[in-house]
Design a protein around this ligand. Structure first.
Ligand code: SF4
Length: 431
């Protein structure tokens, strides 16, 4: 039986591992990003809620004879089954489950699956994966030409996060205890990727330094990992983008400088202590600032990501974020309009919020009024502009950059409003 794994836009790491599992079980399996390719059985890997609303994805699902969906969207399977014409949804960590689905063709006795039966959604109890030492992933020929924020591929070194940030799906999808892969398993995979032409690899997993965590941060395990990966790829071809500010110190940042592209990305989120508390971020503006300054002293560049439009964010909170950016002097800045991902506490929170209190639906009445943005979009646009002038060497905002930032803010606002509509439609499964 010919099985096709479709991972629209980018090859997700999970789709590559799933391909490896099926190949090793003797299946004829291929993997593609192309939404025109189907097999006798199709496995569709989706990483964001807005993909459920993409007309191409919806049409693809409708035209497939046997199709199952996996990925973080499986956190609330009722939405997937309500929006896409598919045979089943893998609700959690799905490599083995999806392979069982292909082989058995019925969802009923497979753990961690949701499907429709007699007009009702039926869910089977998931079983978490205990051994993360994967089989060798299926590595497509064109993985080497993929570019995700500068890397050909993001690989997984561990699953889970100790954090409980209200907006994040990582601890809800993978849990709050840390399970790490063995170093040998990771290195074998990266050697094979290199042999297949992959040159730039990023380590994903919510916060990189949790690799090897065993009750405390295992600095040695993390530094050995970076050294060994750099030994295979070369130091300028490895990145460890996502870090929590409270899980770095001088030794770790030294290793980041020596063995990687020399950047970290901190989820700073806000300059307001109140908003950080509301997000259950577990940090403070002071801790965030100290980590940025430490990284700079260690010769590591820092990108900061921020969230605007979080429920309850006042003008003063937003001003605190702008003040933070000025003080921190970040090398790059990313901004997101708060997205209530289904299955996260933020999703429940925004559903309880009256529309008139949601910045996404409030008209901007300040300086950007002529641009006809919502208040959340206006903050996103303003923050991106501000980020240009708060760099070590301030950048001029030319016409192209201005338009790109404006478009970015508008698209984010539109996409998050669409997610809001989905939440309202499936309210009974969210709250
Ligand atoms: S945002 Fe980062 S630190 Fe917070 S829960 Fe998610 S992965 Fe963990």
């Amino acid at each position: 039986m010919k099985t096709t794994i479709v991972s629209p836009r980018i090859y997700t790491y999970g789709s590559l591992v799933l391909g490896g599992v099926l190949r090793d079980r003797g299946h004829c399996v291929s993997i593609t990003r192309d939404l025109r390719s189907r097999g006798e059985v199709t496995l569709l890997s989706l990483f964001s809620t807005s993909q459920l609303l993409d007309p191409d994805v919806r049409g693809f699902a409708r035209g497939s004879q046997r199709i199952y969906v996996g990925g973080p969207v499986g956190l609330v399977p009722e939405i997937v089954l309500g929006e896409l014409e598919v045979d089943g949804v893998v609700m959690g960590e799905g490599e083995e489950i999806a392979a069982d689905l292909v082989e058995r063709g019925a969802c009923t006795d497979i753990p961690g699956v949701a499907f429709c039966q007699g007009g009702e959604v039926v869910k089977t109890e998931p079983i978490p994966v205990s051994d993360l030492d994967h089989v060798m992933p299926l590595i497509p020929e064109d993985l080497k030409s993929q570019n995700i924020r500068g890397a050909n591929v993001y690989i997984e070194t561990h699953r889970g996060c100790l954090g409980g940030c209200t907006f994040c799906q990582v601890p809800r999808f993978f849990g709050r205890s840390i399970r790490s892969r063995s170093l040998d398993n990771i290195l074998g995979e990266v050697r094979e990727m290199k042999r297949m032409g992959v040159s730039r690899v990023a380590v994903s997993g919510g916060t990189g330094t949790l690799f090897g965590y065993g009750g405390t941060v295992n600095k040695k395990a993390f530094i050995d990992l970076l050294e060994a990966l750099a030994g295979i790829l070369g130091p300028r071809n490895l990145s460890v983008p996502d870090m929590r500010v409270d899980f770095v110190d001088e030794e770790i940042l030294e290793a980041v400088r020596r063995y990687t592209v020399g950047w970290v990305f901190f989820g700073i989120e806000s300059g307001s202590e109140e908003i950080l508390k509301a997000m259950k971020k577990g940090t403070t503006p002071e801790k965030n600032l100290e980590a940025v300054e430490l990284a700079h002293r260690c010769g590591v560049k820092v990108g900061g990501s921020f969230i605007v439009g979080y429920p309850g964010e006042t003008e003063e909170d937003y001003q605190a974020t702008l003040d933070f950016m000025e003080e921190a002097v970040l090398d790059d800045v990313f901004c997101s309009v708060a997205e209530p991902i289904p299955g996260t506490p933020l999703a429940s929170l925004v559903l309880d919020l009256p529309r008139e209190d949601n910045l996404l639906y409030q008209e901007e009445t300040g300086d950007y009024r002529p641009l006809q943005l919502s208040a959340a979009e206006a903050r996103c646009f303003d923050l991106l502009l501000h980020g240009m002038s708060c760099r070590p060497v301030p950048r001029i905002v030319d016409e192209g950059t201005y338009s790109a930032f404006l478009e970015e803010a508008r698209v984010q606002g539109r996409d998050v409003r669409r997610v809001m509509e989905l939440l309202e439609k499936y309210r009974e499964h969210i709250v």
